[in-house]
Design a protein around this ligand. Structure first.
Ligand code: ADP
Length: 475
């Protein structure tokens, strides 16, 4: 039975339930029919005996049985006895045991020679002290015979009906399982051909299988996206590594083949060092991305002060900003607490502020980057520790080089670099917070915001500056 199909199992359960239900139903109907026959017999007997007494008249000490006294009333044989049990009128039906004792006010059932009788006796004592018995005898056989005939018909019909019901049940089960077979077939095709562009058939009716196929299709969508982005990621990383490796190789070849003086060797080594720094920077950022995005681990949330975090990150980056001639400031609403992964939120802030510093415009007299933190909505928005259904808003505004309208929609894509000219071939800068450009930072920012149920958006004008706004829900 373990290897049985669901269709077979459903048919078996269905048949078992059907048989049990039919058996219980038939037994219940049989006993209720027997009771009904007996009830009818009792009612008929009572009215027959009562009717008999109505035709017995007591007048001036004499008991007289009227001429219209019926000895057979609605199928009931009525017999009159005197108080000693001597029959006065009527006669017992053939086969009835005539010595059955009289018992007043009782119905009893007797069975002789395969015949069933229900009897009812009543004794009435008149004023002169004489008593009259009336016995009603009703045969139950006609009722039982009809019931027997019906029972035989039902017994003969049930197996046939049962077979029809089981076959029909089996067909219905098989038909309803057909979409499952189709889904399995399609899933096998996807699996065998490693073709994630195929989808499972969803069918027309919006039933459980429709929802199952839809859910599986959504899962395949995600897998397809994940595999595609994995492939893109590998190709992007290879591409990013290709240039420095090519430069290193060229420099080595030049040094080995053509360099003569110490000066020329130093020049080649310095170029190699720059490329190595750049590769190192890329590897560091890739590690950061993989720790942040690719781990798939659940983010570790705890309550912390977002206000304090903003203040401290700004404080730490101030020196770096000043080193690049950028004035970094913060306008932080105090006491905004947040439940989230503090390290990730810090990484997000560092990325946004570093970009503001990195993409400053040297042609401007004063370069500014400003972080604003405030809360919106919620029961205590705007003052005191935040709680309720509000949001914490982090806004990083700069007056740097800005982003063109064509680039703006893509800046959150992995490895997207809007301003290629700013992609620095590694300088000797030691400020790790403002590192080389690889187009990885904003994709991480987006992931972090969304992992906290929030969002990030960018507004920018080429040559004027940019505003990055992160909204994090505070529950
Ligand atoms: P990276 O800065 O390492 O290149 P990001 O993902 O942080 O990567 O940014 C993607 C691109 O968006 C950058 O290459 C840059 O062209 C543009 N960008 C990001 N932030 C700013 C900003 N504040 N001002 C101007 N351009 C920006």
């Amino acid at each position: 039975m373990r290897n049985w199909t669901i269709g077979k199992k459903i048919t078996l359960y269905y048949a078992a339930v059907l048989i049990a239900f039919t058996a219980v139903f038939c037994v219940a109907v049989y006993f209720s029919a027997v009771n009904q026959i007996k009830d009818t017999a009792r009612t008929t007997l009572t009215s027959a005996v009562d009717d008999g007494f109505e035709h017995i008249v007591y007048d001036e000490g004499i008991i007289q049985i009227g001429d219209d006294f019926q000895t057979n009333y609605r199928g009931v044989a009525i017999i009159v006895y005197d108080e000693t049990g001597v029959r006065i009128k009527g006669s017992e039906p053939a086969g009835f045991p005539i010595y059955t004792p009289l018992k007043s006010g009782e119905y009893h059932q007797i069975e002789t020679g395969g015949e069933n009788w229900m009897i009812y006796d009543t004794l009435k004592v008149y004023e002169n002290g004489s008593g009259i018995w009336i016995r009603g005898i009703y045969t139950l056989d006609s009722g039982f015979a009809s019931l027997g005939a019906i029972t035989i018909t039902v017994m003969l019909a049930i197996p046939g009906l049962m077979i029809i019901a089981v076959i029909a049940g089996g067909l219905i089960a098989r038909k309803s399982m057909r979409p499952v077979a189709k889904i399995t077939e399609a899933a096998a095709k996807i699996n065998n051909g490693h073709d994630l562009s195929l989808r499972l058939p969803v069918g027309k009716s919006r039933d459980e299988l429709y929802r199952l196929a839809e859910t599986l299709n959504a899962m395949i969508d995600r897998l397809e996206t994940a595999f595609k982005s994995e492939a893109e990621f590998t190709s992007d990383v290879s591409h990013e590594l290709k240039t420095p490796v090519a430069v290193i190789l060229a420099e080595c070849e030049y040094a080995l083949a053509a360099a003569d003086t110490e000066e020329e060797y130093k020049e080649a080594l310095s170029a190699i060092q720059n490329q190595c720094r750049r590769m190192n920077s890329l590897i560091t950022q890739l590690l950061q991305v993989s720790r942040t995005i690719n781990t798939g681990k659940v983010i570790e949330k705890h309550d912390f002060s977002l206000s304090d975090l903003c203040e401290s990150v700004t404080g730490e980056l101030k020196a770096v900003a000043e080193g690049r001639g950028v004035s970094l400031s913060a306008d932080v609403q105090p006491d905004i607490s947040f439940n989230g992964d503090e390290t990730l939120i810090m990484r997000m802030l560092i990325n946004l502020l570093s970009n503001g510093i990195k993409y400053s415009d040297p042609s401007k007299a004063e370069s500014r980057v400003k972080l604003r933190l405030y809360s919106v909505g919620g029961s205590t928005a705007g003052s005191g520790p935040s709680s309720g259904d509000g949001a914490a808003v982090m806004e990083v505004r700069d007056n740097g080089i800005g982003i063109s309208d064509a680039d703006l929609p893509h800046v959150f894509n992995r490895f997207y670099k809007a301003d290629k000219s700013r992609t620095r071939d590694s300088d000797s800068s030691s400020d790790s917070a403002v590192t080389d450009s690889f187009g990885l930072g904003l994709s991480m920012v987006k992931w972090i915001a969304e992992a906290h149920g929030g969002s990030v958006r960018a507004e920018s004008r080429k040559g004027e500056g940019s505003v990055f706004t992160v909204e994090l829900p505070i529950n």
